[in-house]
Design a protein around this ligand. Structure first.
Ligand code: SAM
Length: 425
């Protein structure tokens, strides 16, 4: 970390413009500066108290305890950020590409205040949603919950869980607005206060949900493996965790992990892809299947200085909870019945099923299709000889490949438009 420090009087002379902070952030800096001054007095040279720069003094570590991280993140999303304009990087507001028409139409109906407090990093809206029970981990102001509310329809249900009251208050405020807009007799959405590491404590049932989504939240948790364990417990067999998050190309250094703002901005808590693969395996999920990946362009010079040549990407992937006994590999035919996808159905970067065309699938994909909500949209001729090996084959990419490698092999447009501010697109 930089050795640059300010004396307390120098700190007070700086203004928010100088450090490019908004008023709320600046209040926190001042507050932290004063606290830090008290704590570090003994270690300082006479007359020059070591009060680090904004970035250095925003300190928190997992060693301090997960509780401190939770408190800091809560503060960041409750008090510091008021809208996506307050973000210092584009990480938590990437613009997802390839939305289907239904999703675009639903998005256009979401209330402006909810949209303004959207801090996601991908599109966490899977296909085949009608009637599904969905849980959103870290639902924030509720944008994805309301999108899902429309897409699951009146026979489905969406539960959002979040630990930040300010976020929950915005989300809850627009329940009636959206249910009326979507023509639902009563709202099919609920927002619970709770921690994603403690779903049981929040009253989330076991083996209950078809889908769990999460948009740019798991990285913020000090205990990601527990989050996956809890999600696994809450899912039905055949259910899936479909989530977007930030990944780093190497383990994040301890210095960066101690940075409270960068933790809040979804960088310092980023996992490597290998970490995710290992956690998924330990918890019992199928290997993460890549849906999309996009580079994150960090242009804020202060942050660029801190992260150096580290690369961060946002990735959407799906992890299924499958039965121990797998289906045999073989032939399947997509019937063209999933809403909005009459011609073909895309499951991940390597599996696109053309309607009415036999495809050969391995045992894992056969199990996913047969045990999940997709079962009625396919005919299965698995376990026998297949003609499909030669025709209508899904692409040959490995959907469990490292997304950094995927992006090198198959560069895709960044999820964020070129904006010189380095802020949200
Ligand atoms: C980056 S925002 C994303 C919010 C929302 N998913 C969206 O796309 O707008 C992170 C959200 O996760 C919540 N959060 C972070 N850590 C959490 C935890 N351990 N338990 C519950 N909520 C958490 C925060 O309160 C915040 O609302």
């Amino acid at each position: 970390m930089s050795a640059c420090h300010y004396t307390s009087s120098e700190l007070h002379k700086l203004d928010s413009k100088h450090l490019r902070l908004n008023q709320a952030q600046w209040e926190i800096v001042k507050e932290l500066g004063i606290n830090r001054k008290k704590r570090t007095r003994r270690g300082c040279r006479a007359g020059r108290r070591k009060i680090p720069t904004f970035v250095n003094m925003a300190t928190t570590t997992e060693a301090n305890g997960g509780n401190q991280i939770i408190a800091d993140v809560k503060d960041y999303y409750g008090k510091v950020l008021k809208s996506s304009d307050d973000l210092k990087t584009p990480v938590c507001c990437t613009r997802p590409l390839n939305m289907s028409k239904n999703v675009r139409d639903a998005l256009a109906q979401i209330h402006e205040e909810v949209q303004n407090r959207y801090y996601g990093c991908g599109l966490c809206i899977p296909t085949c949603l009608e009637g599904a029970k969905v849980l959103d981990l870290g639902s924030g102001a509720g944008r994805d919950c309301y999108l899902l509310s429309k897409l699951v329809g009146e026979n489905g249900h969406v539960t959002g869980i979040d630990m930040t009251d300010e976020q929950l208050n915005v989300a809850r405020k627009y329940k009636d607005f959206h249910s009326q807009l979507f023509g639902h007799k009563s709202s099919n959405v609920e927002f619970l206060f709770g921690y994603i590491e403690k779903l049981t404590e929040a009253g989330i049932k076991e083996n209950f949900f078809d889908i769990i989504v999460s948009n740019c939240v798991v990285n913020l948790s000090p205990d990601k493996k527990t989050v996956l364990q809890e999600a696994f417990r809450a899912l039905k067999e055949g259910g899936e965790l479909y989530f977007s998050d930030v990944y780093a190309d190497r383990p994040v250094s301890e210095d960066l992990r101690q940075n409270k703002v960068l933790w809040g901005e979804c960088l310092s808590g980023a996992l490597t892809w290998t970490d995710l693969v290992n956690f998924a395996k330990e918890v019992g999920f199928s290997p993460p299947r890549l849906v999309s990946a996009a580079p994150i362009d960090i242009t804020n010079p202060e942050i660029v200085k801190l992260v150096g040549d580290m690369k961060f990407i946002s990735v959407t992937c799906r992890l299924f909870k499958l039965p121990a006994n797998k289906e045999p590999s073989g032939e399947v035919i997509y019937e063209g019945t999933v809403t909005d996808h009459p011609d073909s159905l895309n499951m991940d970067i390597s599996s696109t099923f053309k309607a009415n065309c036999p495809s050969y699938v391995d045992s894992t994909m056969a199990t996913i299709l047969k045990c999940s909500r997709y079962a009625d949209d396919f005919t299965f001729n698995t376990g026998g000889p297949s003609e499909a090996k030669k025709a209508c084959q899904p692409q040959k990419l490995d959907c469990t490949m490292d997304p950094f490698v995927y992006l090198e092999t198959k560069p895709v447009a960044s999820g964020c438009g070129p904006k010189s501010s380095g802020k949200c697109c």
